[in-house]
Design a binder for this molecule. Sequence first.
Ligand code: F6R
Length: 246
Amino acid sequence: MIRFICTKDYDDMSRKAANIIGSLIVSKPNCVLGLATGSTPIGAYARLVEGYENGDLDFSAVKSVNLDEYRGLTHDNDQSYYYFMNHHLFSKVNIDKNNTYVPDGTIADAEEACKQYDEIVASMGGVDLQLLGMGHNGHIGFNEPNDVFVKGTNCVNLAQSTIDANARFFEKKEDVPTQAYTMGIQTIMNAKKILVVVNGEGKADIVEKAFFGDVTPQVPASILQFHPDVIVVGDEAAFSKIKNRL
Ligand code: F6R
């Protein structure tokens, strides 16, 4: 079942998403969070940091598993998702770094990297809440449009549109990663609750396709229609094509 929360703007979306995550941390201090990177959740992470700073949120028993990582990027590369998570959240709250996991992009052997990450996620005993952003092509994690829904952690060739969208973050075109390790669709779907954040007019078409169109691996996020507990928090612009159906 999907519930939609339409918010005024990016700040409103970020605050409401952070409130949902924060209320879980309060009610279940040792919860397992599935986390995402990308530009959309940055505001929500900032609100969570505020919650920690003002004494409302205690991350000391929280565990986290991230969705994805670029293959080949080292932890100190400021474009790696490892770096992103430390920068936006982990270094700013009292989470135990030993309880935070991001797929290891430095493991060259893709099969081994994916196997290791599946074992880590399994050892968590279930993700309580998975935070997701959504690509313009409907990708979740880095599960790109495909002929099938890939179940477990996998090494993907990024879609050209994704490589192009990421190019702005790298000095040279050659430095833009072309592959990534990502949690699979089944792993994402196994989370007890899923929180999707979307903002901006650019996401309006894919929001309509993913949540009101056919369920197909060509639009990976459409699988969320089959999950029992999804909340999509979006701003008015991202919801502009679905507002009459809410
Ligand atoms: C990031 C991730 C991606 C992003 C998606 C949207 O960990 O899994 O699926 O959520 O590319 O990115 P933004 O938020 O930058 O539009």
